[in-house]
Write a protein that binds this ligand. Sequence first.
Ligand code: PGA
Length: 250
Amino acid sequence: MRKLIVGNWKMNGLRQSSEDLVGGILAGLPAGADVGVVLCPPATLLAQVAEIVKESPVEVGAQDCHPDASGAHTGDIAAPMIADAGARYVIVGHSERRSDHGEGDALVRAKAEAAMASGLRPIVCIGETAEQRRAGEALSVIKHQLAGSLPALSQADSLVVAYEPVWAIGTGDTATPADVEEVHALIRTALRSGAGEAGNQVPILYGGSVKSSNASELLATADVDGALVGGASLKAEDFLGIITAAAALA
Ligand code: PGA
């Protein structure tokens, strides 16, 4: 499967820095690379980034959406608005949403379903905390999150799953390839048992301190179909290093 590299800018970026970053990424994209690239800027920059990348292979995603299509939800953003801004993807259930905003599995699933109903591809994030891993609960936590967060698998062709161990996000620590392989295999099995053959086509991304120096090893791991990149997506050179590592594996 074609590798998918997704940049999650989180709460970073103003119009000028965004224009510079996207310009740098477009200028350095390896020619003819068979890699999917998605940029997820904050909502204020979605339309701007969509406009800049519109003639390129790069696609745009949002970082969250509300489960309803419209209504009295001050400060929230609905999936149809995201699609209207020119995005094709939306991250749901990121651990920072789960911890900062108390979002649970049922809400994450509702968001993923709302995204699909608007023609967006949800990137559903799951991952255990350090405490859960230490307690030997990583796999059972992942199973539980999968069962609760994944939307109906009848639409598996528009789904993306991201495994992001919470303890690896923004810390510089990454899971070992063996740990990643174990969790990704479990996710693949769950996808296959819910969606049959179509479950093989759902990209499973790894996220958590991915950078150009560790990308090749992580992306070469079984069932790792791409990366969800935070910190290293904020500098064109760093992000391009990860895209180049993915391209080399294609
Ligand atoms: P990080 O973030 O690459 O900075 O660890 C990844 C993420 O939170 O998606």
